[in-house]
Design a protein around this ligand. Structure first.
Ligand code: TYC
Length: 100
């Protein structure tokens, strides 16, 4: 077989690309108050009081929940804001940005 006849498998057509959108996931813990998590969801993620309560309970019951889906830089910034505000208030609340 000559050099160009395809003896080497070509890369599959699907190019590796960075995901377009990232979800900010809140994680449950035993110390952060429900009120504080609701406050964070309203102030950082612009959720209504009802939606903030729903997401907070989802995290409380299931261990994690999606606060919102954004382009990477926005998701990273919001996750960092959650952690900053939580540490300021003395809570261990965690938030991570991950591919949606
Ligand atoms: N589990 C916490 C409590 O019972 C409430 C809580 C909810 C904490 C969501 C973190 O992301 C969280 N006080």
């Amino acid at each position: 077989m000559d050099q160009t006849s395809g003896a080497v498998k070509e890369r599959p057509k699907t190019e590796k690309r960075d995901p377009e959108m990232y979800q900010v996931v809140l994680l449950n813990d035993d110390y952060t108050t429900m009120e504080f998590v609701i406050h964070v969801l309203e102030s950082i993620f612009q959720k209504s009081p009802a939606e903030a309560y729903r997401i907070m309970m989802q995290v409380h019951v299931n261990g994690r929940g999606v606060a919102g889906v954004y382009p990477w830089e926005v998701a990273e910034t919001k996750a960092a804001s959650v952690v900053d505000q939580a540490r300021e208030a003395g809570f261990p609340l965690k938030a991570v940005a991950e591919p949606a």
